[in-house]
Design a protein around this ligand. Structure first.
Ligand code: NDP
Length: 300
């Protein structure tokens, strides 16, 4: 039997609606409008698209969006000065510096200059430490979105065996920490892992965050497992016409859908959840800044 398709687009709409409701309440009851500042350095075309989408989504849920576009030649000192200004601006509750930064800028230094409470990407070393010690933190958006979908589908994740394929700081590691916090037994696999197919076959949950098109096939997956495909890979699509491209995940959908119990598609799975979780993190940051109760179900 074919797996249940976890509809990330629909779920992301629900998350956005919840965020919008909370924004309305904050405005009406407390006179506060949550604000997200996005800093883009340079003209990377993919980053420009992401920043445009973030701005549109922020405005759609009723929050203030502050865009700061800087030239590719911006000095580290100027960028740090801007972040400093945003750190102290009471109208700004979340700050996101679009990555990657131009090579002359030190990404770690820049990310760690954002106030942890305003670090809505969850990449600041304090937030990484808080998450890995099971404490309240700002959580990276993509793994938070995966966790929300898993909780929604399964209810409790306690006791489940989870394999996270990929150990990056932005997806694999925080994902593993979140699953551990929800009492899964977690294994992190990576490019040096032996017998990775057999390992994945033992899992109740497989999260694929590898960046290799359709690497995980049906024979890697145990019957009835839940498969979360984080991968976004642009590959040639000759069936659509010469020179055409399409998006595929790190999971081979056609074979995995026949083995899994549930699966997220690409596109329309994890992708839409990432921006929804950025909005969720901003409203959470705003509530925390004003010592107000946080919306339920929007944090880890
Ligand atoms: P990275 O390149 O930073 O990390 C990839 C990880 O996969 C590494 O840990 C690497 O292992 C591991 N890996 C590579 N090849 C293999 C292999 N053959 N077998 C097992 N493990 C392997 O990628 P990211 O974590 O940033 O992103 C992963 C994917 O998720 C990408 O497709 C990216 O586009 C997508 N993505 C999607 C987002 C969304 O919003 N949906 C957001 C962020 C990312 P090692 O450490 O040993 O090299």
């Amino acid at each position: 039997m074919s797996a249940h398709i976890i509809d990330g687009k629909k779920f992301a709409e629900k998350v956005r609606a919840k965020v919008a409701d909370h924004v309305t309440r904050l405005k009406e009851e407390n006179g506060i409008t949550p604000g997200l500042a996005v800093v883009l350095v340079g003209e990377d075309p993919a980053s420009q698209v992401y920043v445009r989408n973030k701005h549109k989504s922020t405005v759609e849920v009723g929050m203030n969006s502050f865009e700061h576009r800087l030239s590719a030649e911006t000095s580290e000192a100027d960028l740090l000065a801007l972040i400093d200004q945003l750190n102290t601006d009471p109208a700004v509750h979340g700050i996101l510096c679009q990555l990657p930064l131009p090579r002359h800028l030190n990404e770690e230094l820049v990310i760690n200059s954002i106030l942890p409470e305003k670090d809505v990407d969850g990449f600041h070393i304090s937030n990484v430490g808080l998450l890995s010690t099971g404490q309240k933190s700002m959580v990276p958006c993509t793994p938070l979105g995966c966790l929300m979908m898993l909780r929604d589908y399964h209810g409790s994740l306690s006791g489940m065996n989870a394999v996270v394929v990929g150990r990056s700081n932005i997806v694999g590691k925080p994902m593993a920490n979140l699953l551990l916090k929800d009492s899964c037994t977690v294994t992190i696999a990576h490019s040096r892992t032996k017998n990775i197919e057999a390992l994945c076959r033992t899992a109740d949950i497989v999260v694929a965050a590898v960046g290799r098109p359709e690497m995980i096939t049906g024979d890697w997956i145990g019957k009835g497992a839940t498969v979360i495909d984080v991968g976004i890979n642009r590959v040639p699509a000759p069936e659509k016409g010469e020179g055409k491209m399409k998006l595929v995940g790190d999971v081979e959908f056609a074979s995995v859908v026949e083995k899994a119990g549930a699966i997220t598609p690409v596109p329309g799975g994890v992708g839409p959840m990432t921006i929804a979780c950025l909005l969720a993190n901003t409203v959470t940051a705003c509530c925390r800044a004003h010592h107000l109760s946080e919306p339920e179900g929007l944090t880890a």
